[in-house]
Ligand binder design. Sequence first.
Ligand code: S3P
Length: 448
Amino acid sequence: MSGHGDPVPMMARKGGALTGEAHVPGDKSISHRSLILGAMAVGETRITGLLEGQDVLDTAKAMRAFGAEVTRDDDGTWHVHGVGTGGFAEPEDVIDCGNSGTGVRLIMGAMATTPITVTFTGDASLRSRPMARVTDPLALFGCRSVGRAGGRLPMTLVGAAEPLPVRYTVPVPSAQVKSAVLLAGLNAPGQTVVIEAEATRDHTERMLAGFGAEITTEVTDEGRVITLTGQPELVPQTITVPRDPSSAAFPVCAALITEGSDVLVPNIGLNPTRAGLFETLIEMGADLTYENPREEGGEPVADLRARYSPDMKGVEVPPARAASMIDEYPILSVVAANAEGPTVMRGVKELRVKESDRIAAMADGLRACGVEVEDGPDWWIVHGRGMGGVKGGATCATHLDHRIAMSFLCLGLSTQEPVGVDDGGPIATSFPIFEGLMRDLGAEIERG
Ligand code: S3P
């Protein structure tokens, strides 16, 4: 969906305690990859627990356009009949990835070494985001591209007819770029090598190994050196998608800042490349525990229990942890506003090129709610006002960004006056059941 319906204003206010269980949806990163790798395998991949948010539905639609058969049973099981590595057909129409940077960048990688021509677009947020970070390395395989000024969508890619394997050092910490290169490497002969200085989420590597590709990761002085042998026959899989830690972050943080709360968030994927927020919250003094830790489908999983934590303190978040919590800084800033003292977040310039400029969006809204925020190109500091010390009383702009919308609604559960958002519509991209789930816990969140 490249458009976006009418804005959905929403509002949250302080009410009673949040209690009960929060069953958050499937992991967005793993959901996209399940569909794309399923489409590149030969035969039928079955997926349960797939996130049925708009971002992932757009990827499912794209995989159909490339020739894969993608269906859903009434019980929520998805089936992907893949066309094999290099088997993508040329789509008849533009591929519209809606709001999803992960969708568009991974799909660009997946088609870049097949000789087809594909035009990509997305919504206003996605059309403003940088794509050269992906098309530059894809050009090394022999994939050509032309787009709008600044490497923006809409953009047309012409996949390489005779791809070359690539050795590429990712210049920014980005799992999307790393994954695009690896997916392109699938249909190139020989070995494609991706080097990342900072570890980013490793779902692509884990899942490629699961689908039968030969892939190794070595930790060296340069960073993580990932070597993929091209042109494998990917073997279809049965995948259970763990629940998304980035979605769990919202009920967890809401419970920490809402008096009397005790919330259990079961079955959360706790891959160490994703769990930085929870580590940070514990350092701040959050009453947050991992119950029943176990392994499921190659990913570490636990149940998270979060209880109201009135005495949290601001911390300095180590920049080395940024990649493992990159999507969680907006909600961390909401907790930080309710902690004592400053929370310092450095090494986070990637936040400026997400679905919105997340530092600017959060800083503006927090300031409007009475919180002092300092910010620079790759850092920001939130000066906490102590639990319940935030005034609120503002309507915050969400800039087509689901995580900004959910963060301000969680803030409103703790503030002296209600907090509104101008548009909660984008929440459906990643967490379509957010509103109902939060209300079931006891949150006072309403439309209008
Ligand atoms: C993702 C990678 C991250 C993250 C995004 C999902 C992925 O983006 O912000 O929500 O699934 O690979 P970057 O690669 O831009 O850091």
